[in-house]
Design a protein around this ligand. Structure first.
Ligand code: NAD
Ligand code: AHE
Ligand code: ZN
Length: 369
């Protein structure tokens, strides 16, 4: 079949809207019509050539929602008409990682996913007879895409696609980092670095679990009112304070935060986030994705004295199990999504979504097909 898609032909070049050929689903695969997709900073990072796994030409996008149109042989958990959210972190429930119960990082198809192909080693997309690569196993910047059955969460039919798509990455990543990865307790002091599409979801997750102080840190003053809208109690712009940001935050939190989160991808900020934690127990969670070649550093003394440095991918969520529950949280009003979707675009306008992100003018842009 044919599908309209925004293709990344080369790094650092705008996406091009073209008609691609798409092969139907093979065994244990599913054809999905994508109804809406968010644009996450990770898509921009890969397009900018900063991802060590980035390959071109490819169809980016990993924050979608859509409808099952066809299932391949052997598919038992989904049928045409089901509403689904694609999962860049699948949940096979059979691999060593899934069975360990210690991680959400299912490993059953991770190696082929990182190479831009389906589990059988081939791409379903082609353009003028040449393969075009999948991205993060999702490729939601295409109107139709093919995914493994284990990489789809079935969701309720009454959730609006243009809102539910954000649960495919940003919402789950931010809220889940608080509830699953850091396990923030009521009354905690929390510091969130970077108040974008992820950081604001960390803030609303912290509010949901009953955190006390929720301090937002961002170099863009426009983010102050955004943070307050979702539960932030204090805002700090590190470029506007006297002295060191770490000492400033330690002062605001009576000796250091119980929990900090990096939502910037900047390795200097990651260090600040660790060092702003309370001696003896503070936990810093890295969510931001750093560009290829970057490394983090701190004095080991920071860890010897009881601070913990950890990371979180997809908010520690097991997608097929947890994503339908997060959709329920949204539908029941436990978490907010609507105000964070600042721009709704057509596929033809997708490059504008990247521009708005780089200019700091959007929280989430969503493309509706
Ligand atoms: P975004 O562009 O919407 O937000 C980033 C925010 O960080 C902006 O508000 C920006 O002003 C702020 N910022 C930049 N530099 C800063 C600095 N030095 N100090 C303080 N604030 C600073 O991006 P996003 O979509 O929210 O994504 C944030 C990060 O999370 C990206 O690195 C993205 O790749 C990553 N991410 C990780 C996961 C995961 O599973 N671990 C999932 C999604 C996104
Ligand atoms: N490809 C990069 C790694 C990128 C990365 O860390 N991705 C996050 C999700 S970001 C979503 O917006 C993730 O889930 N990581 C776990 C995994 O298995 O990729 C690189 O450095 O090569
Ligand atoms: Zn993302």
């Amino acid at each position: 079949m044919k599908t309209r898609a925004a293709v990344a032909f080369e790094a650092k070049k705008p996406l091009e809207i073209v008609e691609l050929d798409l092969e139907g689903p093979k065994a244990f695969e599913v054809l999905v019509e994508i109804m809406a997709t968010g644009i996450c900073h990770t898509d921009a990072y890969t397009l900018d050539g900063l991802d060590s796994e980035g390959i071109f030409p490819s169809i980016l996008g990993h924050e979608g929602a859509g409808i099952v149109r066809e299932v391949g042989k052997g598919v038992t958990s989904l049928k045409p008409g089901d509403h689904v959210i694609p999962l860049y972190t699948p949940e096979c429930r059979e691999c060593k990682s899934c069975l360990s119960r210690k991680t959400n990082l299912c490993t059953s198809i991770r190696s082929t996913q990182g190479k831009g192909v389906m589990p059988d080693g081939s791409s379903r997309f082609s353009y003028k007879g040449q393969p075009v690569f999948h991205y993060m196993g999702c490729s939601t910047f295409s109107n139709f895409t093919v995914l493994p059955e284990i990489a789809l969460a079935k969701i309720r039919q009454d959730a609006p696609f243009e809102k539910a798509c954000y649960i495919g990455c940003g919402v789950t990543t931010g809220v889940g980092a608080v509830t699953n990865s850091a396990k923030v307790e009521p009354g905690s002091n929390v510091v969130v670095f970077g108040l974008g599409g992820i950081g604001l979801n960390v803030i609303q997750g912290a509010r949901m679990v009953g955190a006390d102080k929720i301090i937002g840190v961002d170099i863009n003053n426009d983010k102050k009112s955004w943070g307050e809208r979702f539960g932030m109690t204090d805002f700090v712009n590190p470029t506007e304070i006297d002295g060191d940001i770490v000492q400033h935050l330690v002062g605001l939190t009576d000796g250091g935060a119980d929990y900090t989160f990096d939502c910037t991808g900047n390795t200097t900020v990651m260090r600040q986030a660790l060092e702003a934690c309370h001696r003896g127990w503070g936990v810093s969670t890295v969510i931001g994705v750093a560009e290829a070649g970057k490394e983090i550093a701190t004095r080991p003394f920071q860890l010897v004295t009881g601070r913990v440095w950890q990371g979180s991918a997809f908010g520690g969520a097991r997608g097929r199990t947890d994503v339908p529950k997060i959709v329920d949280w949204y539908m029941d009003g436990k978490i907010e999504i609507d105000p964070m979707i600042t721009h709704v675009l057509s596929l033809e306008e997708i490059n504008k979504g990247f521009d708005l992100m780089h200019e700091g003018k959007s929280i989430r842009s969503v493309v509706v097909f």
